[in-house]
Design a protein around this ligand. Structure first.
Ligand code: NDP
Length: 394
């Protein structure tokens, strides 16, 4: 059984928001292999009550929370006799996050994770952030809360975790370029005409990564890289002109930082989320993972090329949202969430997803949000407006 070796890492308390998801189960796989290093406080899900209860029992959690209150009776039944507290609803989710675990892993999908992530940040401890939509929507509101509370924000997204590692020990003032790499997704080589007809089943089949449905569709449209561009803009404030995207189909180089002296530092690793999650869980130490080390001789070739924004306009739309500032990223995120759900439901075509985002941003923006409540209001209002745009396929 592996263990974390390093300074002051032994037995930290951990809360996992989104325990039943792809990042959640990868996180728990690492905790399972390092039982002595973590004491689980709270685990949350949306509605997968039976799965959540099984995990809460296995890891001896103090509390299990379902965001969807209608699933609380099922959770209570599944936890009967365990001594584990069960709770449900949005406020219970925030309370779980506010318990102030040493490290909270924010792995809920979508802006639904924003309020609990902010509650964890307000505790001033470590927050391992996978939930990019929360940072994209809240932007400066979240980074200001991090600065105020003294929390440590540890990026889990593989690209941002790579950049975080490449920046360690360096002065950001010496950075000349940060390069986010992108696999290009399952439709990387597709012509526009074929993209119009792409199906949900094709879109969720990522060539390199196994992920939840929403982020898989985002990878196919390249909106994932657009959201990551906005995420990087906030996490690494070097300025928008020093951020770029390169398509790297092998997903081996997870991102790079170039310095003024011509040195480029890159982080490489297998396409397995347990590597960046382990980096965040153990930071500033290191922990074992079951992932096989890279066999670069077998991989043979690493290739890079510029993104094709004619076929995949999402990265341009995201960059424009950063430049517009204010509420634009929150609006972009909300309309994208609605459009991705509509695509997965068979209501709109694949290429309509990014078209909807661009159309909505062009229609004018609400005032810039300056508090969590403002961001949530922008998100809710944008969702209502976005839903009106989801015309059925003809
Ligand atoms: P999944 O869809 O696999 O899991 C989402 C988790 O969030 C589940 O536990 C789900 O509960 C819970 N959840 C869903 N909706 C709500 C809600 N409304 N309120 C509260 N909880 C909810 O997502 P992923 O693990 O793929 O992604 C999670 C986040 O991590 C996303 O922001 C994604 O962009 C990011 N990320 C993911 C990567 C990956 O490899 N998967 C890589 C990098 C970043 P339930 O099971 O009950 O539905």
């Amino acid at each position: 059984m592996g263990s974390i070796r390093g300074d002051a890492i032994l037995s930290r308390t951990l809360t996992l928001l989104g325990a039943t998801g792809s990042v959640g189960t990868s996180t728990l796989d690492l905790v399972r292999r390092n039982r002595e290093a973590f004491r689980v406080i709270a685990l949350t899900a949306n509605c997968q009550a039976a799965e959540l209860a099984a995990l809460a029992r296995e890891f001896g959690a103090e509390l299990a929370v379902v965001a969807d209150e209608s699933c609380l009776p099922a959770l209570r039944d599944a936890l009967a006799g365990s001594g584990i507290a069960a709770a449900g609803g949005a406020a219970a989710l925030v309370e779980a996050a506010a318990r102030g675990a040493d490290i909270t892993v924010a792995a809920i999908v979508g802006c639904a994770g924003l309020a609990p992530t902010m509650a964890a940040i307000e505790c001033g401890k470590s927050v391992a952030l996978a939930n990019k939509e929360a940072l994209v929507s809240a932007g400066d509101v979240m980074t200001a809360a991090v600065a105020r509370s003294g929390a440590t924000l540890l990026p889990v997204d593989s690209e941002h975790n790579a950049i975080f590692q490449c920046l360690a020990g360096n002065d950001p003032a010496h950075v000349s370029m940060i390069t986010l790499t992108a696999s290009g997704g399952p439709f990387r080589e597709w012509e526009i005409e074929r993209l119009h007809r792409a199906t949900p089943a094709e879109a969720v089949k990522h060539p390199n990564w196994s992920m939840g449905a929403k982020i898989s569709v985002d990878s196919a449209t390249m909106m994932n890289k657009g959201l990551e561009f906005i995420e990087a803009y906030h996490l690494f404030p070097v300025g928008i002109d020093k951020l770029r995207i390169l398509v790297h189909p092998q997903s081996i180089v997870h991102s790079m930082v170039e310095y003024r002296d011509g040195s480029t530092l890159a982080q490489l690793g297998p396409s397995d989320m347990r590597v960046p999650i382990a980096s965040a869980l153990a930071w500033p130490a290191r922990m074992d993972t079951p992932c096989a080390p890279l066999d670069l001789a077998a991989i043979g070739e690493l290739t890079f090329r510029r993104p094709d924004e004619a076929r995949f306009p999402a990265t341009r739309v995201a960059r424009e949202a950063v430049l517009a500032g204010g509420a634009a990223p929150a609006v972009l995120n909300a309309v994208n969430e609605i459009a991705v759900a509509a695509f997965l439901d068979g209501q709109i075509s694949f290429t309509r997803i990014v078209q909807c985002a661009e159309t909505m941003l062009a229609r004018g923006l609400p005032p810039p949000p300056s508090s969590l409540d403002d961001v949530i209001a922008v998100d809710e209002e944008s969702r209502i407006r976005a839903l009106e745009m989801m015309e059925p396929l003809r």
